[in-house]
Design a protein around this ligand. Sequence first.
Ligand code: NAD
Length: 250
Amino acid sequence: MENLLKGKVAVVTGGTRGIGYAIVKKYIEAGAVTILCGSREETATKALDKIKAECPDARVEAIWPNLSNRDEVSAAFMQIKEKYGSLDILANNAGISQNTPLFDYKDEDFEKILDINIKALYVCSRAAAQIMKEQGGGVIINTSSIVSFNGQGSGCGYPTSKFAVNGLTKSLSRELGRYNIRVNAVAPGVTRTDMVAVLPDEMIQPIIRNIPLGRMAEPEDIANAFLFLSSDLASYISGAILPVAGAVVI
Ligand code: NAD
């Protein structure tokens, strides 16, 4: 695994904690120069300090552009390309979850989830693809969710956004294939992160009881799928939505 991404330059959004942090670590261990994106300077630099302590030889830095602002993201990605020579991998992982019942939903909350879970992916993919097209190729991987297949019983905005992630993944894989850009998504099941820690036990426990592999995913389980899809081992895989969910069907 050590050199699987040697010479590659990777950006991971939502890289400060949870699944994103595990992806950052996995990419670093595989030899990539890795740029982690956070929502704020404070959390991004804190995560940077942590990863540097865990991986002292890492070539890693932190940025915190507004992910749904085209100018900010384009400028940040261009700086990376100028500094390191390329931008080879984009892991579009930042996301928020909601489980609000329909009649309690505030319109601004619905809009917020669409903004970070969908618009940011479009903005970041566009900015990265521009660079990847010019350099002759690249890889984009989106974090979807197992709820992108059948929805969930409360909090309709979240599965709605993840269905859109699958749509963006499949559409961009077809549009960008001619530029040697592969686009895939990973669809995690319930994974042990802060996002799940805030959900009520009565929502989580029945899900875990129904997981054939008998446990929740660890962030590293998901990061392994990102590593595979980012590497040349997946050189002919594009347009795939890969469930990493312990065989659960929800
Ligand atoms: P988390 O809450 O631990 O981490 C979310 C990350 O997204 C953080 O780094 C945070 O800074 C970033 N983020 C949130 N809002 C942002 C914003 N406005 N701008 C920039 N960054 C922002 O959650 P996680 O569980 O690690 O989730 C990561 C991804 O995995 C999300 O897309 C989520 O939908 C998806 N996912 C999680 C689970 C799960 O069970 N944990 C299951 C399926 C899919």
